[in-house]
Design a protein around this ligand. Sequence first.
Ligand code: HEM
Length: 117
Amino acid sequence: MDVLRNVVILLHIVGFAVTFGAWFSQVVAREFRFTRAMDYGILLSLLTGLALAAPWPAGIDLNYPKIGIKLVILLVLGAILGIGSARQKRTGEPVPRALFWTAGALSLLAAGLAVIW
Ligand code: HEM
């Protein structure tokens, strides 16, 4: 069970890597667009995060305030990606810069909370 939990944690971190990596590659390319990879990344973080939020194997101690805050951050990030992607599709322009930077900051904030708190 411990190994299984660690595998789910690995997939959870892959979700972050995909989201933040896709975001960062847009910064490097100077395109500032939201991409499908970001959606897949947060979906993977959400599904694996919910699985990890259950207390298994028995006796495990979880930090529920931290998990709750990460869930809120992820939902806000999902809304920002949704709003930005719809706008980007409608106008053909990159997402407004404030929205773009906020998305990267929220992704990093969630990972920072996970490892530092
Ligand atoms: C963008 C959003 C998220 C990021 C970047 C993120 C990042 C991480 C990282 C890097 C870890 C491994 C480090 C550690 O174990 O402390 C982790 C663990 C974990 N995350 Fe997330 N997370 C996110 C969202 C969520 C969500 C939405 C949930 C639940 C609803 C969640 C629940 C958990 C749980 C339960 C663990 C394992 C804690 C443990 O077993 O000690 N995470 N997260």
